[in-house]
Design a protein around this ligand. Structure first.
Ligand code: PBG
Length: 327
């Protein structure tokens, strides 16, 4: 009989107490793993709960700073900013996105002024600025690629000028990482990082986020640019392409239904991999716990360690503060 068989081998020995379990844990979570997404809106002195995202808020810039202070004090090193743009500032070309005094640019400046060490990441995408709610410019009912990618590159430069440490393009236009990297270099922002949403799927799990920013597509869907949930080889190709075009971090999004994609991408690229634990995943855990059907803290921590096990180096999650508090 081999010593690797029962009764000489007993798996339960290594599960017999909390100390033993901690000692042999293969993966660990730390607040350093988290990126806290933040929604900012115009105005002053206001915060609004997002109905489909219980306990999650949009903030005006002044209150956003208080939230950021709390995030930093919990040991979370980075935030990812999303701006809610009023309807009268939306158009097909996303003009407002390039406004140096725009909400995103103002927020970045305000945060970097008070919290210079915090890593500020910005969402680079047209949909909050687009009258069509699409991530690109629309012509004849189609989302056109190259002009959109050029606009996104300008947007990235505008965020870098405001002080963003990383720009995070979430659009899935072809070639945008290369254009963005070239534009940043040309303008002297050679230290601005790019966290590319490399494998972003056309997902129904973005529903609550589109409520938060009022950014649902006005016609059609996003399937001509976001990926088909059936594919994983394509995700690897997208991530390698982004790495080659100059991305510093490759992201997979959504998270929970795509853990195999996280693993595949992690094994294929030589840059850190992040995963986005998206709004619909947050809403599922929140709503089931509110009904007493799940234990919120346990379900949250299990999901988060699952991302680490799958190979994620960083996790963008609406649970960042709650999880950091528990750690
Ligand atoms: C759009 C964008 C989306 C999310 C982040 N950036 C939604 C979409 O593609 O429609 C989703 C994030 C979430 O659901 O938490 N540029």
């Amino acid at each position: 009989m081999s010593t690797f068989e029962y009764p000489y081998s007993r798996g339960r020995r290594l599960r017999s107490s909390e100390f033993v379990r901690n000692m042999v844990a293969e993966n660990h979570l730390s607040p350093n793993d988290f990126i806290a997404p933040l929604f900012v809106m115009e105005g002053e002195g206001k915060k609004e709960e997002i109905p489909s995202m219980p306990d999650y808020y949009r903030f005006t810039v002044d209150l956003l700073l208080k939230e950021v202070e709390e995030i930093q004090s919990l040991g979370i090193p980075s935030v990812l900013l999303f701006a809610k743009v009023p309807d009268d500032k939306k158009d097909n070309e996303g003009t407002e996105a390039l406004n140096p005094e725009g909400l995103m640019q103002q927020s970045v400046r305000a945060i970097k002024k008070e919290f210079p060490d915090l890593v500020v990441m910005t969402d680079v995408a047209m949909d909050p600025y687009s009258s069509y709610g699409h991530d690109g410019i629309v012509r004849d009912g189609k989302i056109i690629n190259d002009e959109s990618a050029e606009l996104l590159a300008k947007m990235a430069v505008s965020h870098a000028e405001a002080g963003a440490d990383f720009v995070a393009p979430s659009d899935m236009m072809d070639g945008r990482i290369l254009l963005m990297r070239e534009a940043l270099e040309e303008e002297g922002f050679f230290n601005t990082g790019i966290m590319a949403y490399s494998a972003k799927y056309a997902s129904s799990y973005y529903g609550p986020f589109r409520d938060a920013l009022d950014s649902a597509p006005g016609f059609g869907d996003k399937k001509t640019y976001q990926m088909n949930p059936a594919n994983v080889i394509e995700a690897v190709k997208e991530a390698i392409t982004d790495q080659n075009e100059g991305a510093d971090i490759a992201m997979v999004k959504p998270g929970l239904p795509y853990l195999d994609v996280v693993r595949a991408v992690k094994e294929a690229v030589q840059i850190p991999v992040s995963v986005y634990n998206v709004s619909g995943e947050y809403a599922m855990i929140k709503s089931a716990s509110a009904n007493g059907w799940l234990n919120e803290e346990e379900a949250m921590m299990e999901a988060l360690i699952g991302f680490k096990r799958a190979g994620a180096d960083l996790i963008a999650t609406y649970f960042a503060k709650d999880a950091a508090r528990l750690l």
